[in-house]
Design a binder for this molecule. Structure first.
Ligand code: AMP
Length: 236
């Protein structure tokens, strides 16, 4: 079993396939948990932030435009992000098996668009990964990312095996350009204003599960997997 799955509901049968959204403040651990969930349920991990960072690395015209938003901690306009996600969800892996959406939706407009894109099917569950703001600020200060493949690391909890070198692809592990104090502050403000209303939006549609995102990574994964399986098996 890959080490990433250790702690993910040991002993319970894995039911592949799921349509998941993971919500949470910047630094709540969405990326790390989304990778684990995508391996557990054998579905693609679709992270809009990773898509934009890849476009920036490629130096494309789209990347140059995206970089202005990312560096300032601003949201990329809804129509652009929705177009990117809509296109990705038409790929066979996502349309047949499902997905873990990480960093999307971030506004009610994006959530409404996602609902329309998925019709006649719907999400299985929206995980709201709950971590206090003080804790996310500490996590963001220690967050590192591979500049080649985008893999996430944390200096104290989940460092690369060789310091500064990505375990996955051997790329350089660095601090994100948008993990500056000003950009972090702006992203947290935008989270409160634009994204936190999604908690009640999804709760009203009986899709929300708030999970305590503090504590060891494996324990957080266990909590999320237990909740998803309960819902997939119709216990909720
Ligand atoms: P993340 O990696 O999820 O923290 O996203 C990094 C940055 O990408 C954000 O600060 C935004 O500038 C942009 N971004 C990612 N996802 C979205 C989205 N759903 N809507 C608008 N902007 C986004």
């Amino acid at each position: 079993m890959p080490s990433d799955l250790i702690g993910a509901a040991p002993g319970s049968p894995v039911v592949p396939g799921a349509r998941l959204v993971i919500l949470g403040k910047q630094g709540a651990g969405k990326g790390t948990q989304a990778v684990r969930l995508s391996r557990h349920y054998v579905v693609p991990h679709i992270a809009t932030g990773d898509t934009f960072r890849a476009a920036i690395r490629s130096g494309s015209e789209f990347g140059v435009i995206a970089k202005r938003y990312l560096d300032a901690g601003e949201l990329v306009p809804d129509d652009v992000v929705i177009g990117v996600v809509k296109e990705r969800l038409t790929h066979r892996d996502a349309s047949h098996r499902g997905f873990v959406l990480d960093g999307f939706p971030r506004t009610v407009g994006q959530a409404e668009a996602l609902q329309t894109i998925l019709e006649p099917s719907r999400l299985d569950v929206v995980i709201n990964l709950d971590v206090p703001t003080a804790a996310v600020l500490t996590r963001l200060a220690s967050r590192r990312v591979c500049s080649s493949c985008g893999a996430n690391y944390s200096v104290p909890d989940n460092p690369p095996k060789v310091p500064g070198i990505c375990d996955v692809c051997g790329g350089d592990v660095v601090q994100r350009d948008d993990d500056t104090e000003a950009a972090i502050q702006r992203r947290l403000e935008l989270y409160e204003r634009e994204t936190s209303p999604l908690v009640s939006w999804y709760s009203e549609r009986s899709l929300l599960a708030t999970i305590d995102g503090t504590g060891p990574l494996d324990e957080v994964t266990d909590r999320i997997v237990d909740e998803i399986d309960r819902r997939k098996l119709g216990a909720v």
